[in-house]
Design a protein around this ligand. Sequence first.
Ligand code: KG4
Ligand code: ZN
Length: 335
Amino acid sequence: MIILGIETSCDETAVSVVKIERGKFKVLSNVVSSQVKIHAKYGGVVPEVAARKHIENMMPVLISALKEAKIKKEDIDVVAVTNGPGLSVSLLVGVETARTLAFALKKKLVAINHIEAHILSNCLSNSKIKFPALCLVVSGGHTQLVLIKDFGKYQIIGETLDDAVGECFDKVAKILGLGYPGGPEISKIAKKGNPSAYNLPRPMLKYNNFDFSFSGLKTAVLYLTQKLKLTPSTVADVAASFQAAAIDVLVQKTIRAAQSNKVKTIMLAGGVSANKKLREEMGFVARKNNINLILPDLEYTTDNAAMIAVAGYFSAVAGKFINWEDIDVEPNLRL
Ligand code: KG4
Ligand code: ZN
């Protein structure tokens, strides 16, 4: 089966062709046109600018994804597109493109939940997921612990009550005068800092549930920096201490949730799962607890369309097709 995936939920215009042969995923192309540089000067994504750029980028990205995959448009079996959650004006560009392709080429169409696709990006490593599994979804808009009984059977057992952890990385980077997006900047600078330099709070770590809260940690960093003289060395120490606090909460809560639900596999997903320290710490604790850990390949951690195609495959196998007339954007879609 050949799936064409389309992703435009935020500031990445992405198209990918994925071939599934005997249950194995083969990425034939994975083209991502990022608008990060454009939004960096505003310190965040400007929806109207993002939507206009998606329109400009969509056709060139689609054409190069087909060319790179060395397939003709007739070879596509299913068109898969993110229809939520995300920015409505951005989602609309992908959905309208997919609708048009399905109509003009008479192809089957599936609507994909962006968060489910992040979770399923773990399948691209072709590692075997043993159920029940637990996925820590950590992106710019989401921080959730998702219990997975089987493909398509998700239960959110914990989530952030305020900011997402990726958003917190971005805001702390701004406080420290670093670039956007903040996650990669913080992790780079943190390497030069001392993670025990400042004792920052570990919000909700002691609570007997799997929810998170990150706005207090961000405020603690703000108050700390107001008392400090920011030099390259103090910035590195604050970045390292913040990163250690955020990762500590994420890892400990994930392991606790894994133990209490007797899960067989832990997975990470979303932009923040590119963080090297998070991957290392989770690896260390999973090994200690004898739980299988699957990490998404780095290129599939941030927004991409290969993960949309993978989710499209599972939806197609389950027969969850939608008519081109009926598909619509759902900016607040939940798992
Ligand atoms: O999944 P994603 O690409 O987009 C959303 O669906 O939100 O995630 C973007 C988020 C941003 O907040 C970015 O700062 C964060 O992922 N991020 C990181 C790293 N790389 C990206 N956070 C921490 N460490 C990283 N290395
Ligand atoms: Zn995402």
